[in-house]
Design a protein around this ligand. Structure first.
Ligand SMILES: [Zn+2]
Length: 480
């Protein structure tokens, strides 16, 4: 086992080194000699080696995941696992690229179905894999196969080995092995899709967000009320339900999260309770609201939840930019996200807003918000696999524009744990390229670039989410 691990480690290094070096040489040669300031005497190789070493040895805080609990992965008993075989590695997010490249829905269904023999699945995937294997989603899976199983690429020959390795790998402790031992990830922050807050059995590794989505969208009265014992008859009762989640889990959660941007802009007006009391009653009676009233109710409940989060010193994570899935994204609406982010920051200066996914593809707009508003933070979660190259540009632009302490550089954003390793490798490679570019072009000295690594990979997250204090409290979490 030890030997095998070392072999994988070695493979990872060589894979990374090859990838990074190619990129850096491309950026660096020529430029270093023409415009380097302090870097002019350094070769591309020296710059790369210094940055590569620092980035490799620095543990990453992973600020966004949707990982299901390890025991559900082992048993396969979870509604998100259609088939507990190798196809699961492609279920999030390669499935979307497969549809948009032209794979018919019926073929996709049969590829992910538990009713299809895992070894037969390659035949279904084969015509489409060449179309999607180059995307960030595809590359993350390929890297994961290499790093976790030591298997190179998806093909008719490798699929039986991959299926075999997949089965062997899934056992108690495999999350820790993949995330910490292979990925050098210090801790993750999970936005559970199973409920508003997940009482993880590994709470220091899988730290948790409280989802405020159903507090303000819908609202999702049944789910949120169930454990509270509150009978909701009016708006005040609903406020009490929201309070319950913060009183019960506020000390143990690292942040709150809303992905309401999937169905509306994030332009939340500060609507007072009197204005929505009757609207809330209508909703309770399942009477429809007109769109303006529906927005007012959502807006009021958003701010109620955000203020509770702020009272509990919890940063507020807000989805911005690109949509997961396929064939539904209204880009015109996403384009409004950064402008609305300014208003959020202005309305509540005491709230730390963490805008997720760099608002891709509008990341320059969001950098302007972070530069201007003290309480705007930007999280690169998911970004490296949406667009690896734009993600190399992002820290390059960010670091010489906005304060270094307000950027977070990694969140895998995955349901399956395996591709996280592919994603974090892409992120590390990208961070090296990004910083090397800044050094070669003379914007930063090598020292300054190397010294930024600890903060952007780990220190900022530790500070923004009070991770040391949370880790201490989680040792005595009441559900353990
Ligand atoms: Zn997510």
């Amino acid at each position: 086992m030890k030997e095998k691990q070392e072999k994988h480690e070695l493979t990872r290094r060589s894979v990374l080194k090859k990838g990074s070096l190619a990129g850096v040489v491309g950026v660096g040669t020529g430029l270093a000699s023409s415009c380097g300031i302090q870097s002019s005497k350094l070769s591309s190789e020296e710059v790369f080696q210094s940055l590569h070493q620092r980035v490799e040895e620095t543990p990453m805080v992973d600020t966004h995941e949707h990982l299901i609990e390890e025991e559900s992965r082992i048993s396969g008993k979870n509604e998100r696992i259609k088939a507990n075989d190798w196809s699961f590695l492609l279920s999030h997010y390669v499935d979307s690229d497969l549809i948009t490249c032209g794979m018919p829905e019926e073929e996709l269904d049969s590829f992910f179905s538990a009713g299809t023999d895992p070894l037969e699945k390659w035949r279904i995937l084969e015509p489409y894999w060449p179309r999607v294997k180059r995307t960030g989603y595809g590359q993350a899976v390929t890297i994961a196969l290499e790093r976790i199983y030591g298997i190179s690429g998806l093909s008719a020959e490798t699929v039986p080995k991959i299926q075999n390795a997949y089965e062997k790998n899934i056992r108690a402790g495999f999350y820790k092995h993949i995330l910490q031992e292979l990925g050098n990830i210090e801790s993750c922050q999970v936005n559970s899709l199973e409920g508003p807050f997940s009482e993880s059995k590994q709470p220091a590794l899988l730290m948790q967000d409280i989802s405020i989505l159903g507090m303000h969208m819908g609202p999702n009265i049944e789910t949120y009320t169930a454990p509270t014992g509150v009978e909701v008859k009016d708006l005040q009762d609903w406020h009490s339900v929201i309070d319950w989640w913060f009183t019960t889990y506020g000390d143990y959660a690292v942040a709150v999260k809303s992905q309401a941007a999937y169905s509306r802009n994030i332009d939340y007006a500060d609507v007072p309770p009197e204005q929505v009391e009757q609207l809330f009653k209508k909703t309770l009676n399942k009477e429809p609201l007109d769109p303006a009233d529906e927005k007012s109710l959502q807006d009021h409940l958003f701010w109620y939840s955000v203020r509770k989060a702020t009272e509990h010193n919890l940063p507020v994570k807000v989805h911005t930019g690109y949509y997961a899935g396929q064939n539904r994204m209204p880009l015109g609406r996403l384009q409004q996200n950064a402008a609305a982010a300014c208003d959020l920051c202005k309305i509540s200066p005491d709230t730390r807003f963490v805008f997720m996914h760099i608002d891709y593809p509008f990341y320059e707009d969001l950098i302007a918000v972070a530069k201007h508003y003290t309480n705007c933070y930007i999280d690169m979660c998911w970004a490296w696999i949406i667009s690896p190259v734009a993600s190399v540009n992002f820290p390059k632009q960010y670091l010489v524009t906005a304060p270094t302490n307000k950027v977070l550089t990694f969140g895998g954003d995955y349901i399956p744990v395996e591709p996280v390793i592919g994603h974090v490798d892409l992120a590390r490679r990208g961070i090296v390229q990004s910083l090397a570019g800044l050094v070669h072009e003379g914007w930063l000295s090598l020292d300054s670039a190397v010294n930024s690594v600890e903060g952007i990979m780990r220190g900022n997250a530790r500070q923004i989410f009070s991770l040391e204090e949370k880790a201490r409290r989680l040792q005595n979490a009441p559900w353990l």
